[in-house]
Each structure stands twice: as structure tokens, then as C-alpha cells.
Design a protein around this ligand. Sequence first.
Ligand code: ZN
Ligand code: ZN
Length: 71
Amino acid sequence: MRCAYCERPLMCAQCGAEYVPPTPEAYAAVQACDVAVACPTCEEILVCRWCGSVYDGTCEPGDEPTGEWTG
Ligand SMILES: [Zn+2]
Ligand SMILES: [Zn+2]
């Protein structure tokens, strides 16, 4: 799926795994940023590898992507 913030493929910043929602409900919840999402691979709170947005269930309107990924 795509990051709700930067619309790039949603990949875990910790381990690099692409996040695949297990259910349509999970997909909708992640898009709405209203639930905490843990990476199924490393079990850390999911952080977008590209824009650094943290999927901890606290959506922050106006949270703009901050520049290019330099990794
Ligand atoms: Zn992102
Ligand atoms: Zn991970």
C-alpha cells in the first residue's frame, strides 16, 4: 500500500520491509492514521522510510514530508 502522507510505497524505516495490510479494515485504518501500526517483520511502530511519518495512531494534519530520502 502507499504511505498516507507521501504516497510512496509504505516501507518500514527500521527493516525495509514493505507494509502489506492483512485486511481491508487494516488498510483503511492505516490510511486514516487512526490506529497504531506495528511492522509485522520487526514489530516496531511503523515509520515511513521515505517521509519519516510515524504510524502511531496520532495523525497530524499538516505533517508535510520533509525533503528527500537520503538513505
Ligand atoms: Zn511516507
Ligand atoms: Zn520493520
